[in-house]
Design a protein around this ligand. Structure first.
Ligand code: TXA
Ligand code: MG
Length: 349
């Protein structure tokens, strides 16, 4: 398949967005930017179109899609909106928050992967919203990566994964948040935080004290079926095995230096992922150092995480050592993704 590729550099091009909407209305698939990560979209109400998303990504069929709206009136798509869920939408939409609600029959079971619920989000990225408005229907979209890889946060990574597999790829710079949306399930009581994100548990708690979060349920090795089906798959993983070293800053740095030197002696190429503050410490021959930005700036760490993980695949590292980061605030989401990327391979020091 020939993929039309348009990358906005200086402002958006209305005619390219209209072209994307036209493709979507004919049942095609279009990768597009959002503030969290890039999405791979199809008309959420067209079951044949939605099936193509699963094919293009190699996504397991039992993993439901989020629908992206540009209008706060959800009455056609969901049965009811609890008042606290409404308050959260009023406060955080447009933005990186997905709310799960009971769906109406208008949303096909292909979109919800057979569930009677659907996740809904209003993105803040302007191109995303223009595209949804031009289509006139919600856009179903998972992250625009091949299943299992870290989510793409820029045009180039989308092209890498999806060129030749989708009808169109629209680029609009780097995603400013860099982590997928926070997901809260309001189809159950008490409401459950299913996936931490840029909107933190504390942010949610301020609006609704009943929201619960059980991190163990999001663990890859949980025997119980995770509430968000996507949580059970290995995710975000670079090609080389990734180990997280967690503990006090001094112990972590010492341990990484020790493991790094041992592996270099064994003739290995080592990848290191850490805040910029330790760049000099880990700077050796045969080491590929990727900085996440300053540890004083969690938003920067979040924004750089997936691109950092993916950039190890561009080099020939044999293994990756990553510093464990603070789990305060947005750090909870950052570490959630990093732990999954490691397959929960964590050394505590
Ligand atoms: O920020 C985001 O949410 C990005 C951008 C493109 O909007 N999208 C995204 O989609 O991350 P995806 O498909 O990669 O991740 C959605 C997660 C999956 O783990 C899926 O299982 C879960 O949300 N999910 C979707 N609908 C659900 C539902 N009805 N009930 C429970 N979990 C659901
Ligand atoms: Mg994804």
């Amino acid at each position: 398949m020939d993929t039309i590729k348009v990358n906005f550099k200086n402002g958006t091009d209305r005619s390219a967005v209209d072209k994307g909407a036209e493709i979507l209305s004919r049942g095609g698939v279009v990768a597009f930017p959002t503030e969290t990560v890039y999405g791979l979209g199809a008309d959420a109400l067209n079951k044949d179109a939605v099936k193509k998303i699963f094919e293009a990504k190699g996504r397991p069929q039992d993993n439901p899609l989020i629908i992206h709206v540009a209008d706060a009136d959800l009455s056609e798509y969901v049965r009811s909106v609890p008042s606290k869920a409404q308050e959260l939408m009023d406060r955080f939409w447009p933005g990186p928050l997905t709310i799960i609600l009971m769906k109406t029959d208008l949303v096909p079971l292909e979109t919800s992967a057979g569930l009677d619920t659907v996740g809904v989000r209003m993105p803040s990225n302007e191109v995303a919203r223009m595209l949804i408005k031009a289509l006139g229907h919600p856009i179903a979209a998972p992250s625009a990566n091949i299943s299992g890889k870290p989510s793409p946060t820029n045009f180039e990574r989308c092209v890498e994964d999806l060129d030749g597999r989708v009808d169109m790829i629209i680029g609009d710079g780097s995603s400013i948040v860099g982590l997928e949306s926070t997901i809260v399930d309001y189809s159950v009581h008490p409401p459950r935080l299913l996936r931490p994100g840029f909107i933190t548990y504390e942010d949610l708690w301020e609006v609704d004290h009943e929201v619960v979060y059980d991190e163990a349920k999001t663990r890859a090795d949980e025997k119980e079926t995770p509430k968000a089906p996507g949580m059970k798959y290995r995710h975000y993983a670079p090609e080389a095995p990734l180990t997280i070293i967690s503990g006090s800053k001094k112990n972590v740095a010492d341990k990484i230096v020790e493991l790094m030197e041992k592996n270099i002696r064994d003739g290995k190429h080592v990848g290191i992922l850490s805040p910029i503050e330790r760049e000099k410490l880990y700077n050796r021959e045969n080491v590929r150092f990727i900085s996440l930005g300053s540890e004083k700036n969690q938003e920067e760490l979040a924004r750089n995480l997936f691109e950092g993980l993916r950039s190890f695949d561009d080099s020939d590292v044999d293994l990756i050592l990553a510093e464990g980061l603070s789990e305060e605030g947005v750090g909870q989401a950052i570490m959630n993704r990093l732990k999954k990327a490691s397959g929960f391979n964590i050394i505590e020091v």
